[in-house]
Design a protein around this ligand. Structure first.
Ligand code: MSP
Length: 525
């Protein structure tokens, strides 16, 4: 039976266009999806938009538009960005989709019937910007604002249905304990336990009556379902849960063999590691294998966010420097799990140092040598008189392939890309040390052929491993090497499978940037 992989991003609010922070999450999910496909998995990659709630209703009203007409425009922009960033999702869910609404209503009815949801009254503070009921700890008392986003809080006193979260505290803690890799990184799990679960979970208000832009509760339609319950249900509704055709739900959720990974930013860890698992428990459904809570993209003003006015539109970077460059920057320079800084200067320096100098030059140097010294044909590797540095390099190839796989299988994308970069650096250094031009001059043909073969194999390995990240550049590398595009690689591959291929040095993979010129350009945007 085919191995299966289900990966999700949060569904983003279409209240504004997306920025680099959103692109970050989606890029990681895409890289994992492409990697798993290369490993023979059947993959379902889900992203989408979270279209209900008070925030969207307000943004639409400010533009004098009906909420649906307002979000339609922004969702088109989301899809445009994902196409530009080479995001190859399987399905884009919108919470206004009829099928999603049906699932949400059925989930609500199920919980109501079994007594996990009950009617009462809510009194307290609410942050519209985060669509979150805030606890005392989250309130900045001096200004009556939300400590997380700085937004104004509103006082609510309304009839509301409540979800019996409190009844599940012990079960949740036990689940965390039995599944130590459920939440990454560990520090966020501890934060959840110490700040929220141990002090005692309080039941969650899960309906609103003061506005109508949401999924109506079938049993009591003056209530709409709280936007976070609506939103979290997307991970199930997109697969057809409680719908007529639930074949994807059976394949990608019910089947315990399917590996389920959910990506999100740290500010919404609580929803995904407390409310979401509890919702699944009450529906008697399995849990995802891993919830990966990554850090923030920050700059001098702190977290990149619309409310801080410090956002970067990823499209500007993609259009000028390529999707590949941005994808690679995001996972290489922002250590997965931690916060990472974005600055134009940092991005441009990254481009020149890693893409132009390290990778681009390596390709160009090796192709030049093969055309000059071997009539543009990748030479055969002869198993005679193998030099020590050559057998060491073959060993490096094998460890690179293995280590890349190990780190990717643990979803450690930054570590995985570093494994490949180590090989790139090693090959660049080896060219300087071995000096193939001297071997050519001294007619040491056997050694020269072997080393050129190994260099070409090194490039092939790099292109295959980096394919989930550098979508275009990796196929350009294979094209110039004259090898068939392939996605699989085992550490026991045959060095001579590419021997005889005709290399074809074309344009540079990445052209050097003049940092000052580019800074002026970016700052003018
Ligand atoms: N609609 C909810 C999610 C519901 S999921 C069931 C939401 N949407 S959002 O539009 O605010 O997007 C939040 C997500 O955007 C975060 O989880 C994170 O993935 C990403 N990011 C937004 N700003 C970010 C940074 N500055 N840095 C990194 N990621 C950030 O919350």
């Amino acid at each position: 039976m085919a191995k299966r992989f289900y990966v999700t991003t949060p569904i983003y609010y279409p209240s504004n266009i997306l920025h680099l922070g959103h692109a970050y999450t989606t890029t990681i999910a895409d890289i994992l999806a492409r990697y798993k496909k290369s490993q023979g998995y059947e993959v379902f990659f889900l992203t989408g938009s979270d279209e209900h709630g008070q925030k969207i209703a307000k943004s639409a009203a400010a533009k004098n538009l009906e909420p649906k007409a307002f979000v339609d425009q922004i969702v088109a922009e989301f899809k445009d960005l994902w196409a530009k960033l080479k995001i190859d999702y399987t399905h884009f869910i919108r919470t206004t989709d009829e099928s999603h609404i049906i699932t949400v209503q059925k989930i609500f009815s199920t919980l109501l019937k079994q007594g996990d949801i009950y009617l009462d009254k809510y009194q307290g503070w609410y942050c519209v910007s985060d669509e979150e009921f805030v606890t005392d700890l989250q309130i900045d008392k001096a200004t009556n604002t939300c400590k997380n986003c700085g937004g104004k809080l509103i006082e609510l006193a309304e009839e509301s249905y409540f979800f019996k979260i409190s009844a599940y505290s012990q079960k949740l803690l036990a689940y965390y304990q039995e599944h130590p890799t459920f939440i990454f990184p560990e520090s966020r799990k501890n934060e959840m336990i110490n700040n929220f679960i141990k002090p005692g979970l309080t039941d969650l208000s899960v309906t609103r009556t003061s506005f109508t832009w949401g999924v109506p509760v079938l049993e009591n339609p003056k209530h709409v379902v709280y936007v976070w319950i609506d939103a979290l249900s997307n991970y199930l509704s997109a697969l057809g849960y409680l719908q007529i055709d639930d074949s994807n739900f059976q394949k990608f959720w019910v089947d315990e063999e399917c590996e389920i990974v959910q990506l999100l930013g740290k500010e919404i860890t609580r929803f995904h590691t407390i409310y979401w698992p509890i919702l699944l428990m009450s529906l008697n459904l399995r849990q995802p294998n891993s919830i990966l809570s990554h850090g923030w993209i920050i700059n001098d003003e702190g977290k990149m966010s619309k409310s801080k006015g410090n956002i970067i539109d990823p499209r500007i970077l993609i259009e000028r420097y390529s999707a590949d460059a941005l994808r690679c920057f995001l996972i290489k320079e922002i250590s997965f799990g931690s916060d990472g800084k974005y600055s134009h200067e940092g991005f441009l320096n990254f481009f020149n140092a890693y893409l132009v100098n390290d990778l681009g030059n390596l390709l160009s140097r090796i192709l030049t040598m093969i055309s000059k010294y071997s009539d543009s044909k990748i030479p055969k590797f002869e198993n005679k008189e193998i030099k020590k540095y050559q057998s060491e390099l073959i060993f490096d190839f094998q460890t690179t392939i293995k280590d890349f796989q190990i780190t990717m299988d643990q979803y450690q994308v930054t570590d995985a890309v570093e494994v490949v970069w180590k090989l790139i650096a090693k090959l660049n250094k080896l060219i300087d040390d071995i000096k193939p031009w001297d071997l050519f001059k001294n007619q040491q043909t056997a050694e020269l052929n072997n080393v050129l073969n190994l260099f070409a194999n090194g490039l092939m390995i790099i292109s295959i491993l980096l394919a989930p990240i550098l979508v275009d550049a990796s196929s350009k590398m294979q094209e110039q090497l004259g090898v068939q595009p392939t996605s699989t690689l085992s550490p026991e591959f045959d060095l001579n499978s590419i021997a005889g291929s005709q290399v074809d040095k074309k344009e540079l993979l990445f052209k050097r940037l003049d940092v000052q010129v580019e800074l002026d350009y970016l700052n003018s945007k």
